[in-house]
Design a protein around this ligand. Structure first.
Ligand SMILES: [Zn+2]
Ligand SMILES: [Zn+2]
Length: 281
């Protein structure tokens, strides 16, 4: 399935949204530069959303080529206190002697901001900078053709939880729920948040046997089993479920077995895999 750590690219109405900056971001960056070359050098703008700042979700950032191009602009969001955390996390990965360039030396524009759970982002047509609104105080934005990003804080990951994101456009939606651990009866808040989504990308790092291992149980480690992901997918009536954040010790053969078992419970379950491209219409 490829050995990269989390990074998902979403394109909606011409906007580029990047979920997490694991090593998959390195390949995405190279591809964005290739696309820029092909389209006559149009500047790269992207909204980058971090679920949290653990190393496997930020380690691609120092090698993200578009960040070295002065015309690039990135609107970077993450959990509360994130600003301090991400700078800290990125700085550490980019300090000499570990890395020859420091974070502040990157030539692109970066706007970094904490996102509150009550806030949502709105991407208007042809406008790269997202509008931020408190949905409880200001209500939703009534504009045609807007891409909306909502946030749900999950407490199921050590130590400070993670952000789960929902990207909606023209009645369709994708939910990105990585690094989260399930609950008995399903994560009720996540079920509510994901209701009717076209795609649910859900953590499924451990098999049930690993989760319940009598010697090293994975309970409380902040990851789910495929069964936990399926419970959410079924209750929320999502159309497709993608099992995500595969365990590095699982080879492709093991993953295909996991996929086959999962499909018995929820037929529209698939493995997230390197370079997988899906279109939602
Ligand atoms: Zn983590
Ligand atoms: Zn992770």
């Amino acid at each position: 399935m490829g050995g990269n750590t989390p990074c998902v690219e979403i394109e909606a109405n011409g906007h580029l949204i990047i979920l997490d900056g694991g090593t998959g971001l390195i390949h995405l960056g190279n591809d964005l530069v290739r696309r820029q070359r092909e389209n006559g050098g149009k500047p790269i703008h992207a909204v980058i959303l971090f679920s949290h700042t653990h190393h496997d979700h930020t380690q691609g950032v120092p090698y993200f080529t578009p960040a070295y191009i002065p015309t690039s602009t990135f609107y970077i969001f993450g959990p509360r206190m994130f600003h301090e955390q991400v700078n800290e996390a990125l700085r550490r990965s980019m300090l000499p002697p570990n890395f020859p360039i420091e974070l502040d030396d990157l030539r692109s524009m970066r706007i970094v901001r904490d996102l509150h759970e009550a806030e949502s982002l709105w991407l208007l047509p042809e406008q790269p900078e997202p509008m931020i609104r408190n949905i409880y105080r200001e209500g939703p934005l009534d504009v045609d053709d807007v891409v909306r990003i909502d946030v749900l804080k999950s407490y199921g990951h050590p130590q400070e939880g993670v952000y789960i994101y929902k990207i909606s456009y023209r009645g369709h939606s994708i939910v990105y729920a990585t690094d989260t651990e399930g609950y008995i009866g399903g994560d009720r808040r996540l079920i509510q948040f994901s209701r009717g989504a076209d795609v649910l990308i859900h953590d499924a790092q451990y098999t049930q046997a690993e989760y319940l291992d009598p010697v090293v149980s994975k309970q409380g480690w902040g990851h789910s089993t495929p069964e936990m992901a399926i419970e959410v997918a079924q209750a929320a009536q999502v159309k497709r479920l993608y099992l995500f954040h595969h365990d590095p010790s699982h080879d492709d053969e093991t993953l295909f077995e996991i996929e086959a078992e999962a499909q018995k419970l929820f037929p529209n379950t698939y493995l997230a895999r390197e370079g997988l491209d899906i279109t939602i219409l």
